[in-house]
Design a protein around this ligand. Structure first.
Ligand code: EPU
Length: 418
């Protein structure tokens, strides 16, 4: 059983766009509560390759200066390693009139087009071309425009916020993403001198300004990390307290946890979660915020194997994010997948088995499955996990879990890009 408390890290998906925002100014930007994870290391290297300096100045504080940018092309070998590297396009284009990048990599969880970004840049006046495996965008100066986003893409919205902040005139984004990380970015940009209103709603208005300055900005707590630990506690927590949580950001998860019978309580920024005695099945739909987060869908799927009855998980954000079901079945989970729907029957006693992390979130979910499984679970390919969670197994071990990292012989660092 897990017991004790831990503090939630700063949000990966808020720190990454904040790092890209530093490209919009020649002054220093200091970003606080930046987690030590692989994706941040990759983004740091992307910024350095463009000519920015990125230094750690104190515990989890990054100072970035983009005065001497000498390249407007993000290096392909880095861009293919994560999704967020493509966020350098908006600021480079807006500040220097030129930006190029290969299509970004990232987790293999379904189709991940970037048309929303490109259509948005073009609507702001950029000329977009595709050459030698890269998209190039050019504009003497971007101009404000009304943009209807076909899909409320999370980093698509961020890229357009970054670009429109330095455009001439007013931009209106309709059908924008309302994820809390978008709000965090808008707050940072406003501190730098941008004029953005409506972030957090589906309509965002950006009045372009001529220049932006430096700032110090603390990123929001990681709601996905908090949610993952909350589900761990729901599976096997005597009592786990999570500090530094924004409970509003976790509404959809807390609602579902209560619905299945998990004892959860919130006081200020502290969330207390215990294992429920008899959990009941439910239906979950992964949707854009404030819907149930797709990034918590796999962990929730693990919890549902321990709930009484037939549950349904409907993944409505990505078209290939239920593959972890194959791994869970190796552990004895009763999970049937048809298209975007998983049917989970429980409660099933899980058994330890060798399984594979397929992406950041399924890696975490399988570790949670291992916590309640009888016997030893081996989770392979955990380099995925290291891109998104800081010291995941150490923090669970601190709560009483028995997890050991086994670094294969000859591997120097399990964190790519670190
Ligand atoms: N989509 C389009 N057109 C586009 C962009 C996206 O149709 O131009 C579709 C995709 O096909 C997908 C859906 O929109 O079906 C969601 O994609 P979105 O663009 O919103 O996701 P993202 O911005 O690439 C971010 C997070 C993901 C998180 C999603 C949803 C970052 C760096 N990544 O991705 O995080 O799952 O939003 O909230 O912020 C993770 O942290 O493990 C992770 C995958």
């Amino acid at each position: 059983m897990l017991s004790g408390s831990l503090r939630v890290s700063g949000a990966k998906n808020a720190a990454l766009p904040a790092m890209a925002a530093a490209l919009l100014t020649d002054e220093d930007c200091v970003i606080e509560d930046v987690p030590h994870i692989g994706d941040i290391a990759i983004m740091g290297n992307v910024l350095r390759s463009l000519g920015a300096t990125v230094e750690e100045v104190g515990e989890k504080r990054l100072k970035i200066n983009a005065r001497d940018i000498r390249s407007f092309t993000a290096p392909t070998e880095l861009v293919v390693q994560n999704r967020a590297s493509f966020l350098v396009m908006g600021p480079l284009l807006a500040r220097f009139g030129e930006a190029a990048s290969s299509p970004p990599g990232g987790d293999v969880i379904g189709q991940r087009p970037i048309d929303v970004h490109l259509v948005g840049f073009a609507t702001l006046g950029a000329e977009i071309s595709w050459d030698g495996g890269k998209y190039a965008a050019r504009a003497r100066r971007l101009h404000g425009a009304k943009i209807f986003m076909d899909y409320p893409s999370h980093i698509g919205t961020e890229n357009l916020l970054l670009a429109a902040s330095l455009a001439k005139g007013t931009t209106i984004l309709r059908n924008a993403s309302g994820e809390p990380e978008v709000v965090c970015l808008a707050e940072m940009l406003n501190k730098m001198g941008a004029r953005i209103s409506g972030a957090g709603t589906s309509t965002i208005e950006i009045q372009g300004v001529d220049r932006l300055g430096g700032t110090t900005h603390r990123v929001i707590p990681d709601r996905i990390e908090a949610g993952t630990f909350a589900i761990a506690a729901a599976l096997c927590g005597e009592e786990v307290q999570l500090h530094g949580v924004v409970p509003d950001h976790l509404d959809s998860l807390l609602w579902k946890l209560k619905e299945v019978g998990v004892p959860v309580s919130c006081e200020g920024d502290r969330l207390t979660v215990r294992r429920g005695d008899c959990l009941s099945a439910t239906h979950v739909q992964a949707l854009p915020y404030p819907g149930f987060a797709t990034d918590l869908q796999a962990a929730m799927g693990v919890l549902l194997t321990q709930c009484q009855g037939g549950s349904i998980v409907h993944e409505r954000v990505y078209d290939n994010r239920l593959q972890y079901a194959n791994e869970l079945r190796k552990m004895g989970g009763q999970v049937e997948v048809e298209g975007l729907i998983a049917r989970i029957t429980g409660p099933t006693p899980l058994k330890g088995a060798p399984v594979r992390a397929l992406d950041i979130r399924s890696g975490a979910a399988l570790i949670l499955a291992g916590l309640v499984a009888q016997g030893v679970t081996e989770v392979h390919d955990i380099y995925h996990l290291d891109r998104g969670y800081e010291s995941f197994e150490e923090r669970l071990t601190g709560l009483g879990a028995r997890i050991q990292r086994v670094v294969p012989e000859g591997v120097v660092s399990p964190v790519p890009g670190a």
